[in-house]
Ligand binder design. Structure first.
Ligand SMILES: [Zn+2]
Length: 237
């Protein structure tokens, strides 16, 4: 593999060239944004360069898309100045060394830690979030329960777990509602929606029409919460 670069309208295109047992020149862009070219064994540099130049617009467009995607995915690292979400509000992380302590003040989330690794810091932060979540989720459950009790729905046991893909789940037999820890980053309206959703399952286990009718009765604008949860409040932690 060789690294080549060619100027194109004032911009340099870098590409990795390898010669292969192929008939035609082939160009692709990796997920990391590297331009990779494979060429027949005896292809001349000038021919390969011309080929890359002919694809320049396509290359720039793809590299721009990859860059945009990279920037829209929040980093999974905790660092000074990082944005973290809590109850729908954005905080700027202020990280310093010292005995374990986390507190919010204004728009700042102060975290002092003796942990040296990202993994250790992350664990400390998630434990703190878990305590917050337990208190808040229980409060919301208590607030909404009087509205669902008349439907014969039992007061559930609340469990919290850090999950990847779902906001909540329920076990009707065990009367358990399990909420995603990540939900504590969203606002109270969203938390209420997920709790109502899981409570509605005690009456209708499936997502049928009756289920959604009941959910709409309790929370006519539940769809707004869904939209917010899918598009906002992600901080990568
Ligand atoms: Zn459901």
């Amino acid at each position: 593999m060789q690294l080549h670069s060619i100027p194109y309208e004032g911009i340099v295109i870098e590409y990795q060239l390898s010669y292969k047992d192929v008939k035609y020149i082939n160009l692709r862009i990796t997920a990391q944004g590297n331009v990779v070219v494979s060429a027949p064994k005896h292809a001349a540099f000038s021919v390969i360069d011309d080929f890359v130049r002919s694809r320049a617009d396509w290359i720039f467009q793809h590299l721009a898309e990859i860059e945009q995607r990279k920037q829209s995915l929040p980093s999974r690292q905790l660092y000074d100045g990082k944005t973290l979400y809590l109850l729908g509000k954005a905080y700027t992380l202020h990280l310093s060394e010292g005995p374990k302590h986390i507190t919010t003040y204004g728009d700042t989330l102060h975290m002092t830690t003796l942990q040296k690794t990202q993994e250790g810091m992350r664990k400390e932060y998630l434990t703190w979030l878990q305590h917050k979540a337990k208190r808040i989720f229980l409060q919301v459950l208590e607030d909404v329960y009087p509205f669902v009790a008349p439907y014969g729905i039992p007061y559930p046991i609340l469990k919290i777990r850090n999950m990847r893909s779902i906001w909540g789940s329920c076990n009707i037999q065990q009367k358990v509602i399990r909420l995603n820890l990540q939900l504590i980053k969203t606002d109270l309206f969203c938390i209420r929606e997920v709790i109502y959703h899981e409570l509605a399952h005690f009456r209708y286990p499936n997502h049928n029409q009756a289920f959604y009718a009941l959910l709409a009765e309790w929370m006519p604008d539940w769809k707004d919460a869904k939209t917010r949860m899918e598009t906002m409040y992600r901080d990568g932690i």
